[in-house]
Design a protein around this ligand. Structure first.
Ligand code: BGC
Length: 263
């Protein structure tokens, strides 16, 4: 068993759990606290520290944190659904200082993509896989033969002159009080654009709403199959934790090495 902690910071909630990175099983209950209003760095860091404290893990257990922004060498380079103060911030260092330990820090959708490759719907799938998370925003992970291309940000593709996530995210469905059928029309436009640009072999849909996938995925007409994420809303936690383990102990098995290192 390889214990690791995964923390998934989202626009509305921050979740964490201890997992077994060998199997992708959760070893503890998932702790979920609200994302502080405004999504300011110091407030989010405090909640992450609180969750890690509550998980009560030894100091040598690797910790992975995923975050809803472009992440380059530990810096957050965008901020669509959190405070703009994150832009250009040495965020990884900020978390490490507050937690008193090293962490692995990655984009949330990339973490979800890595988890689906390792434990879920993208496992052993050849070719191009695109995972999207439908939540407060739309996140994306682009995977080719199990290797992740990090920071793709396909939720910000322009569709009919608008930032796609503003119309097609799950929060847009809620904001505009759309039925699944109405929302599916917007999703159809979005996924058709993604398909025209990337010709994936498989689409995977994650985010909390993926548990209700039967309500909307069958309404979409695409060339590629479109399936719900196997790990549902735990993919971010699992992927961040799995990557934290890989950072500590680089894999020797070539199949494992193929799992991308999003840095
Ligand atoms: C952000 C992405 C993130 C996605 C899902 C988008 O608004 O730009 O970085 O992956 O939301 O949280």
């Amino acid at each position: 068993m390889t214990k690791a902690v995964g923390i998934d910071i989202g626009g509305t909630g921050i979740k964490g759990a201890v997992i077994d990175a060998d199997t992708g099983e959760l070893l503890t209950e998932r702790i979920k606290l609200d994302t502080p209003k405004g999504g300011e760095p110091d407030d989010i860091v405090k909640v992450v520290v609180e969750i890690v404290d509550q998980l009560k893990v030894e100091k040598d257990v690797p910790v992975g944190v995923c975050f809803p922004a472009i992440i380059i060498k530990g810096k957050t380079m965008s901020a669509a659904n959190v405070s703009k103060k994150w832009i250009g911030l040495e965020a990884e260092k900020l978390f490490e200082k507050a937690l008193g330990r090293d962490i692995r820090f990655v984009n949330d959708a990339d973490a979800a993509g890595v988890a689906e490759v390792r434990y879920g719907a993208a496992k052993d799938v050849d070719g191009v896989v695109i995972l999207t998370t439908l939540g407060t925003g739309i996140g994306s992970a682009l995977i080719y033969n199990s290797v992740l291309v990090p920071n793709t940000e396909l939720g910000h593709l322009e569709v009919e002159g608008k930032d796609a996530e503003k119309k097609a995210s799950y929060s847009a469905k809620e904001r505009d009080d759309l039925s699944y059928k109405e929302w599916a029309k917007r999703l159809q436009k979005y996924y058709s654009v993604v398909e025209a640009l990337f010709s994936p072999d498989l689409f995977i849909v994650g985010g909390g709403v993926s548990k209700s996938w039967e309500e909307f995925l069958p309404l979409l007409e695409l060339h590629a199959p479109i399936v719900p994420a196997k790990l549902r809303n735990n993919a971010g936690i699992l992927g961040a934790a799995a990557l934290a383990v890989r950072q500590e102990a680089p894999a020797t098995n070539p199949a494992e090495t193929a799992l991308a290192d999003p840095r």
